[in-house]
Design a protein around this ligand. Structure first.
Ligand SMILES: Nc1ncnc2c1ncn2[C@@H]1O[C@H](COP(=O)(O)OP(=O)(O)OP(=O)(O)O)[C@@H](O)[C@H]1O
Length: 268
């Protein structure tokens, strides 16, 4: 699969599978195309070549079908995207009000259940300004879970959080994945926090997927590019300015190892 933004190729020759029930971490330096890859999974960006399948079905191009597919995908974006003039509970209720015809008392119960799932049952009546950064992220997570999506996409879920709040979010992501039987994709440059909960890791750099494997395989790799990334060193095979990487040849992707027969998503 190839993903372009305008005339620029962001990722080429990529081939990946997200096994059902697993947590896939997409790591890589800034500007290497991690968010672009997520945009391909939600159908926001059509591949310039190749195809993307979600739940075994090609991502549709028609607006109505795309909206239907997206109900099955929970997305936690970089910003929390909470509406500031609504309470936490009202924010979580938004997708339920927009996409279901459930009666208000049922919606109220569901909202409390979702807030309970992220450990914030008592915060329903608080406004976003009354929440800490970590709490606000958990409310956004509860909202992303509102429609019980089988696939969760997290774009930089730790941005702006302190180490304790980061630990809470990461263990919550892992726990929700296991208890609700979800498949999760986490885009992050927080390597140390993300690796412990990931089943599979993909590393994007130099316009391609330069690693696909388990966290242990990544840690054990002696590839200079991966070592540079893991240690956060400025000099090495990863171009500091991603724009200058455009002149480099893309590194061929290694295929991901599918851990389950029915993948949640596939991009070829
Ligand atoms: N909507 C867009 N239109 C044009 N170019 C874009 C768009 N979104 C991203 N890009 C470009 O695509 C490249 C990859 O960006 P992307 O956001 O996917 O990287 P990333 O790995 O997620 O980076 P970061 O970690 O900084 O979020 C960047 O050079 C960016 O400028």
């Amino acid at each position: 699969m190839r993903l372009d933004r305008g005339a620029r190729t962001i990722l080429s020759d990529i081939d990946l599978v997200v096994p059902r029930g697993s947590i896939t971490a997409i790591l890589g330096p800034s500007g290497s195309g991690k968010s672009t890859l997520l945009a391909a999974l939600t159908g926001e960006l059509a591949p310039a070549a190749g195809s993307v399948e979600v739940f075994g079905q090609a991502v549709p191009r028609r607006h109505r079908e795309l909206l239907e597919l997206r109900k099955g995908i929970g997305v936690l974006l970089q910003g929390n995207g909470l509406l500031t003039d609504l309470t936490a509970g009202e924010n979580v209720a938004l997708p339920l009000r927009a996409h279901t015809r459930l009666p208000p008392p049922v919606i109220e119960q569901l909202v409390l259940m979702k807030l309970h799932a992220v450990g914030l049952r008592t915060a329903a009546d608080l406004y976003p300004r009354e929440l800490s950064g970590g709490m606000a992220r958990r409310v956004a997570l509860a909202r992303a879970l509102a429609l019980d999506p089988p696939l969760m996409l997290y774009d930089e879920p730790l941005t702006g959080l302190d180490p304790i709040a980061s630990g809470v979010i990461m263990s919550l992501i892992a726990r929700l994945n296991a208890t609700l039987g979800l498949s999760s994709v986490i885009v992050s440059h927080h390597v140390r926090e993300t690796l412990p909960i990931a089943d599979q890791v993909l590393v994007t750099a130099n316009r391609g997927i330069v690693f696909a494997g388990t966290p242990a395989e990544l840690e054990a790799s002696d590839d200079p590019l991966l070592r540079q990334f893991l240690r956060g060193e400025p000099d090495g095979p990863i171009a500091f300015d991603p724009a200058s990487a455009a002149s480099h040849e893309a590194t061929p992707a290694s295929p991901a190892t599918p851990g389950a027969s029915r993948p949640a998503t596939e991009a070829r």
